[in-house]
Design a protein around this ligand. Structure first.
Ligand code: WQD
Length: 344
């Protein structure tokens, strides 16, 4: 059975990707320091797939600890690197924490891949690298703009570090996936997004407001140059996103890469506004949401959505889940969390 290492595998996107990898027949080893996730996620993965992934509680910035994992799992054929700090506004307040955590962990990984001839890397990047595109939908060849946050900058620098490394060391292959906005949860409601503290992202704030944890959702601005004035994003179901990682790994295992590294936009190609998502959430789940239009949030871009043609054609991957499935699965997950909280 081909072994895949997943750093950040108890996180939101990581855990959904572990499920898809296991169901595609791969053996998975999770590396995670649990700084922004819970070890209970392993139970959720097991409950879905019937297979408990190997788990190494390790911080990717700890070179020695990482080296021990590489020695123990020298037979792994690919690494998917999710482990990173990802809160945009926190990165503005704590830039060095973000540069150290996100870049040192990546450099450790790349050094160890070379030393232990671990051939393939899938890197978690973000549409944040495009900033506010001048032309939409945004393609992989759209200009990379000066990042508005240290978080976004770590993704841009990370892509550059990978590109320079694979050009210098032909034995390492990499695929860079630029995510749009991951939302929703596995249909089982056994895994999902576990935001720490007050959610920064839209969907968890919507579901926590609907269930009564938050008093009201603030919609950050309705004076943008969009049909209803609120910002537009490309919301992609996290399971669709997870499946893109499996096909990226398989592309490298089968030696199908046409260049090294390759970069793909992983989005639906459809832009939805905040107010459209809010309305859809209420209609599909038959719940009413207390929200108020307030001022713009600093750093928000106005509108972005993907041109995912290259991923569709080259990876043979396409997002299939509807916005109805997104809001329904997000709500089902929040209801499940409430049940757990009441049981404890
Ligand atoms: C989406 C829209 C907000 C919360 C960020 C990162 C990106 C990725 C996803 C990590 C915006 C509006 C939000 C709220 C609101 N993260 N909003 N009220 O900012 O597009 O992307 O998270 O990889 O890299 O940049 O996502 O969910 O925070 O915001 O009105 O309480 O929802 O203004 O228009 P964003 P988001």
């Amino acid at each position: 059975m081909t072994k895949i290492i997943v750093t950040g595998g108890t996180g939101y996107i990581g855990s959904h990707t572990v499920v898809e990898l296991q169901q595609a027949g791969y053996e998975v080893v999770i590396i995670d320091n649990l700084s922004n996730s819970s070890v209970d996620v392993l139970q959720g993965i097991f409950a879905i797939t019937g297979v408990m992934p190997s788990f190494e509680k390790i911080d990717c910035t700890d070179y020695q600890a990482m080296e021990s994992v590489f020695k123990k799992h020298a037979d792994a054929q690919a690494i998917i690197h999710f482990a990173a700090s990802k809160a945009v506004n926190e990165s503005v307040e704590k830039p060095l924490l973000y540069y150290r955590n996100n870049l040192v962990s990546l450099m450790n990984l790349l050094e160890l891949m070379a030393t232990y001839t671990m051939p393939n890397l899938v890197f978690s990047s973000s549409c944040t690298v495009y900033g506010q595109p001048d032309i939409l939908p945004v393609t992989e060849n759209s200009p990379i703009k000066v990042s508005l946050s240290p978080y976004g900058n770590t993704k841009q620098i990370g892509e550059e570090i990978i590109t320079d490394t694979v050009h210098a060391n032909k034995s390492i292959h990499a695929i860079i996936l630029r995510y749009f906005n991951p939302v929703g949860a596995h249909e089982s409601a056994l895994i999902g997004e576990l935001p720490n503290g007050v959610p920064q992202n839209l969907m968890p704030f919507v579901t926590q407001t609907a269930i009564g944890i938050r008093e009201k959702l603030s919609v950050f601005g309705n004076d943008y140059d969009t049909p209803d004035g609120s910002c537009i994003r490309d919301y992609i179901h996290v399971v669709d996103l997870a499946k893109a990682h499996v096909v990226a790994v398989e592309r490298m295992l089968q030696g199908k890469q046409k260049q090294n590294p390759e970069t793909f936009n992983v989005g639906t190609g459809v832009g939805l506004s905040v107010l459209e998502i809010v309305q859809k959430f209420q209609d599909v789940n038959n719940v009413s949401l207390n929200y108020q239009i307030v001022g713009r949030r600093a750093g928000d871009i106005e509108k972005v959505w993907a041109d995912a043609t290259i991923a569709n054609n080259e990876l043979g991957w396409k997002a299939t889940k509807s916005v109805e499935e997104i809001v329904q699965s997000a709500w089902k997950w929040e209801l499940q969390l409430q049940k757990k909280r009441k049981a404890n």
